[in-house]
Design a protein around this ligand. Structure first.
Ligand code: COA
Ligand code: AMP
Length: 625
C-alpha cells in the first residue's frame, strides 16, 4: 500500500511529488519551474532553481553539525593506506582542489577530464568541479589510450587530472604514459595535465603541459561554491552504445541532487550518519551516484576502496571492510559476489568478521541471477535487493523501495518501478504487452529527475538513440516482462551492448576494431555467458583467403585479441575468437548475432525464417558442441 501510494503520486501528480522532494535540499533559490520542456521537446527538472551540488554534499553538512563526522573513508588493501576525512576536512580539500582548477583557468561550463584510480582525489576532483560549475568527465582507468582520446575529443576539456599510476592487485599500471599517448592521439589537446605522483611509480612530467598536483595545491587558494542553475550540467559520463562512438550522457545538477537525496531514504533506507558503501569504481555510474554523490548529499559516510572483492588479499576483503567501518548497506555488482562465492563457497571468511552492522545488500550493474541471489541470502542472512539501472538514468529504475515498504523479494526480479518511472513492456510496434509476456522495456515520458537531458556534442542523438523508436517513451534497450503482481524481470539487452563483469561494453565497437585487421574479411562479436563475469565477448571472423595455414591463423587471432586490448583496454576482456568460413546471415545480409549467441550459450533458438542458408550454422554448432 505504502509503495503503491508513493508510486501513484509520482505519476499522477509528478510536479507536486518532486517539488516536495526538492524541499529536502537547501537551495540558494528554490525553483519555480519544477518541470519544463525545451525547444527540442526535452524535459528538464528544476531548471530555474539555484544551487550547488558540492555545497549540498559538503558545506551544508559542515554548517549543520556534521563537521567532525567522517565523510569519506579511503581503504586501500593494495597500498596498505587508510585515511578518514571528516566533512570539514573533505570540504577543505575540495575547496583547495577547486582553487587549483580556478588558478589553471577553469571556469563554469569548462570540461575537466578525470582519469584516476580509486583514491580520494577522484572524489575530491569531482566535487571540486561541481563547486565551480566545471563539468567533469571521469574516464574509467581500465580504458586504454584510444578510448581516452575519443573522450578528450568529444568533451574538449581544458584540464585533465590524472596520476602516475594505479594498482591492479599487485600490478602497477602506469597511467601517465597512457595519458600522454591519448593526448598524442587526440585532436583536442587539454591545456594542462595535473599529475598526482604516487610513490609506487613516479611519472615524467612534460614542463610545457604537465604540472605537479601537490605543488599546485600548495599554491592554491580555496574556492567557494558558485551558484548554478538546476539545469546546468554537473557531468558527462560516457557509456557504450551500439556503435563505436560512446555516448556522453549529460546530467544536470538540480534533478540529480533531488533524485539521489530521495533515493537514499526511499530505496536504501539510510539515515544521515550511517555508513554506506557502494563498491564500484568511480569511472562507472554506480561510482558517480552512490560512491560519491548520494551518500554525501544525505550526510552519510562513504568508502573509497582501492581493491577487489577477491585477491586483495582474499575473498573476505568486503567483509573485512564492512566490519571495520560498520557499513550498514553494501551495494555492488553480482559479478563481485560470484567472484567471492568461487573462492569461498561456504562463506567461511565472512564468519571471521563482525557483520552485525550490515542490514542490506544491494546489487545492480547486471541481473542478479537467481543462483547468486539464493547463495547470497542463504550465506549472509541479510535481505538482498536487486535493482535495475542505467548510466542514462543515474539511479534505479526499478527496485524494492526498502525505505518506503519492504515488499516480498522475488528471485530474478528487480521488484517494482521506482517512483517517477512509468515502465511499460512494449512489442515491436509499440503496443503494450500483457503480464508475463516478454518485450521491450520502455519508460513513459516525462522521465523523473536525474535522467539524461542530452548527449554531449550531439544535439540529435538523445532523440535518435532513445526517443524516436517509441514516440512518447524512452527506449531503455533492455528486454523483459512484468508478472501478474507487477514485478519487473529484466532479462538482458536487446541491442549489441553486452555486460562484462558489470561493465557495459559495445560489441559493435569491438567489431569495428577487428574489421581493421588487414586479414579480416568480416566478423561478428557476441556476448557469451560466463559463470563469473556474466558475459564475455566472443569473436567470429572470416579471413580473406590469403591466410590459409593454421599458424598464420593463430597469429591473426592473437593479434586481434591484442588489438582490442590496446584500443579499448584490458577491461574489454576479449580473449576468445574463432575463425569461420562464413557467418550466418539473413537473405538481406544481416549477420544473425542473436542466433550465434544462442548456439554459443547452448540455448534453444528458433531458426530465423529470414536465414539465407541454414547450413551456415553448422560450423558454429560444431565449435560449441
Ligand atoms: N585500471 C587498469 N586496469 C584495470 C582496471 C583499472 N581500473 N580495472 C580492471 N582492469 C583490468 C584488470 O586488471 C584485468 O586485466 P587482465 O586482463 O590483464 O587480467 C581486466 O581489466 C579485466 O578486469 P575485470 O573485469 O575487473 O576482471 P578481474 O578478473 O580483474 O576481476 C571481478 C573480476 C569480478 C573481481 C571484478 O570485475 C569486479 O570486482 N567487478 C565488480 C564490477 C563493478 O564494480 N561494476 C560496476 C557496476 S556496480
Ligand atoms: P550501465 O549503464 O553501465 O549501468 O549499464 C546498464 C545496463 O546494465 C542496463 O541496461 C542493463 O542491461 C544492465 N543492468 C544493470 N542493472 C541491472 C539489473 N539489476 N538487472 C538487469 N540488468 C541490469
Amino acid at each position: 500500500m505504502l509503495y503503491q501510494h508513493e508510486f501513484d503520486q509520482s505519476i499522477e501528480n509528478a510536479k507536486k511529488f518532486w517539488a516536495d522532494k526538492a524541499q529536502q535540499l537547501s537551495w540558494y533559490k528554490y525553483p519555480e519551474d519544477i518541470l519544463s520542456v525545451d525547444s527540442k521537446g526535452i524535459h528538464h527538472w528544476f531548471a530555474d532553481g539555484e544551487m550547488n551540488t558540492s555545497y549540498l554534499a559538503l558545506d551544508y553538512h559542515v554548517e549543520n553539525g556534521r563537521a567532525d563526522q567522517p565523510a569519506l573513508i579511503y581503504d586501500s588493501p593494495v597500498t596498505g593506506d587508510k585515511k578518514t576525512f571528516t566533512y570539514a576536512e573533505l570540504r577543505d580539500e575540495v575547496a583547495l582542489c577547486a582553487g587549483m582548477l580556478t588558478q589553471l583557468g577553469v571556469v563554469k561550463g569548462d570540461r575537466v577530464v578525470i582519469y584516476l584510480p580509486m583514491i580520494p582525489e577522484a572524489a575530491i576532483s569531482m566535487l571540486a568541479c561541481a563547486r565551480i560549475g566545471a563539468i567533469h568527465s571521469v574516464v574509467f582507468g581500465g580504458f586504454a589510450s584510444p578510448e581516452l582520446a575519443v573522450r578528450l575529443n568529444d568533451a574538449t576539456p581544458k584540464v585533465i587530472l590524472t596520476t602516475s599510476c594505479g594498482i591492479e592487485v599487485k600490478r602497477i599500471i602506469e597511467y601517465k604514459p597512457l595519458v600522454d599517448e591519448a593526448i598524442r592521439l587526440a585532436t583536442h589537446k587539454p591545456a594542462t595535465c595535473v599529475v598526482l605522483q604516487r610513490p609506487q611509480a613516479l611519472a615524467t612530467l612534460d614542463p610545457s603541459r604537465d604540472v605537479d598536483w601537490h605543488e599546485q595545491i600548495k599554491a592554491a587558494v580555496p574556492a567557494d561554491c558558485v551558484p548554478l542553475k538546476g539545469s546546468d550540467p554537473l557531468y558527462i559520463l560516457y557509456t557504450s552504445g551500439t556503435t563505436g562512438k560512446p555516448k556522453g550522457v549529460v546530467r544536470e545538477n538540480g534533478g540529480h541532487a533531488v533524485a539521489l537525496k530521495y533515493s537514499m531514504t526511499a530505496i536504501y533506507d539510510m539515515k544521515p550518519g550511517d555508513v554506506y558503501w557502494a563498491a564500484s569504481d568511480v569511472g562507472w555510474i554506480v561510482g558517480h551516484s552512490y560512491t560519491v554523490y548520494a551518500p554525501l548529499l544525505h550526510g552519510c559516510t562513504t568508502i573509497i576502496y582501492e581493491g577487489k572483492p577477491v585477491m586483495t588479499p582474499d575473498a573476505g576483503a568486503f567483509w573485512r571492510v564492512i566490519s571495520e567501518y560498520k557499513v550498514k548497506a553494501l551495494f555492488t555488482a553480482p559479478t563481485a559476489f560470484r567472484a567471492i562465492r568461487k573462492e569461498d563457497p561456504d562463506g567461511k571468511l565472512a564468519k571471521q568478521y563482525d557483520l552485525t552492522s550490515l542490514t542490506t545488500i544491494f546489487a545492480a550493474g547486471e541481473r542478479l541471477d537467481p543462483p547468486t541471489y539464493e547463495w547470497l541470502s542463504d550465506t549472509y542472512k541479510v535481505p538482498v535487493i536487486d535493482h535495475w539501472w542505467q548510466t542514462e538514468t543515474g539511479w534505479a529504475i526499478s527496485s524494492n523501495l526498502w525505505g518506503v515498504e519492504k515488499l516480498p523479494i522475488k528471485s530474478g526480479s528487480s521488484t517494482k518501478p521506482v517512483p517517477g518511472f512509468d515502465i511499460q513492456i512494449l512489442d515491436e510496434k509499440g503496443q503494450q504487452l500483457p503480464p508475463n509476456t516478454q518485450g521491450f522495456i520502455a519508460i513513459k515520458l516525462p522521465l523523473p529527475p536525474s535522467c539524461l537531458t542530452s548527449i554531449w556534442g550531439d544535439e540529435d542523438r538523445l532523440k535518435t538513440s532513445y526517443l524516436d523508436h517509441y514516440p512518447g517513451y524512452f527506449n531503455t534497450g533492455d528486454g523483459g516482462y512484468i508478472d501478474e503482481d507487477g514485478y519487473l524481470f529484466v532479462m538482458g539487452r536487446v541491442d549489441d551492448v553486452i555486460n562484462v563483469a558489470g561493465h557495459r561494453l559495445s560489441t559493435g565497437e569491438m567489431e569495428e576494431i577487428l574489421g581493421k585487421h588487414p586479414a579480416v574479411a568480416e566478423c561478428a562479436v557476441v556476448g557469451r555467458k560466463d559463470e563469473l563475469k556474466g558475459q564475455l565477448p566472443t569473436g567470429f571472423v572470416v579471413l580473406k583467403n590469403t591466410i590459409d595455414n593454421a599458424n598464420d591463423q593463430s597469429l591473426v587471432i592473437e593479434q586481434l585479441i591484442q588489438m582490442v586490448r590496446q584500443e579499448i583496454g584490458a577491461v574489454a576482456a576479449f580473449k576468445e575468437a574463432y575463425i569461420v568460413n562464413r557467418l550466418p546471415k539473413t537473405r538481406s545480409g544481416k549477420i544473425l548475432r542473436k542466433t550465434i549467441r544462442c548456439i554459443a550459450d547452448g540455448e534453444a533458438y528458433p531458426l530465423p525464417s529470414t536465414i539465407d542458408d541454414p547450413s551456415s550454422l553448422d560450423e558454429i554448432k560444431v565449435l560449441f558442441k
